[in-house]
Design a binder for this molecule. Structure first.
Ligand SMILES: [Zn+2]
Length: 177
């Protein structure tokens, strides 16, 4: 039906109403109802001529559908559809086709200040200077900290890039399988 399993009041053991019976007839015919529910349908259908009629109609329809020959899809089906889509619309759908990544992996998730080349390079400069000072000059104890802080912008940008690559590799793998 709509992918949602029909539930004619599972907590309700009493007789089925006509409304619930109509709503779940397809599941009943498919045999996808739980045993107890199936029995409720059986009992209702035994006593209700209206629902019996619907049941018979639906069963007839299903049987007829089963006898229909399987339909072959023409070989050029995909091409025909693609050819019928104007290029402008295809372009417009670009954002939909693009790889979906979690928001924290999107570039603009990081503030422009962090992403900017100047910040990243200055950060690296601070790191290098701090390391040099710490090693060569036996500088103060906060030097390793400033060395680490200098790495942060570059590290964040690189981790994001790595994350995006992992995500798109993952979905490429899924698309292949
Ligand atoms: Zn009924």
């Amino acid at each position: 039906m709509n992918g949602k399993e029909f539930d004619p009041g599972l907590e309700n053991d009493g007789p089925l109403t006509c409304h619930d019976c109509q709503g779940g007839l397809q599941e009943y015919l498919d045999g996808t109802l739980a045993k107890k529910q199936s029995l409720r349908f059986f009992l209702h259908l035994r006593d209700c001529s209206d629902c019996q009629e619907n049941h018979a109609t639906m069963q007839g329809l299903f049987e007829m559908l089963d006898t229909l020959p399987a339909c072959e899809v023409p070989a050029d089906f995909d091409d025909a559809i693609l050819a019928s889509v104007p290029y402008a619309s295809y372009k417009e759908m670009e954002p939909l086709r693009r790889e979906r990544v979690p928001v924290y992996l999107e570039e603009h998730f990081l503030p422009q200040l962090v992403r900017s080349r100047v910040t990243r390079w200055s950060g690296l400069g601070v790191t290098i200077a701090s390391v040099v000072a710490a090693v060569a000059l036996d500088g103060p104890a906060w030097l390793p900290i400033s060395a680490a802080v200098g790495l942060v912008p570059e590290l964040l940008v690189r981790l994001q890039g790595l994350g995006r690559r992992v995500v798109s590799m993952g979905s490429a793998g899924r698309a292949e399988s």
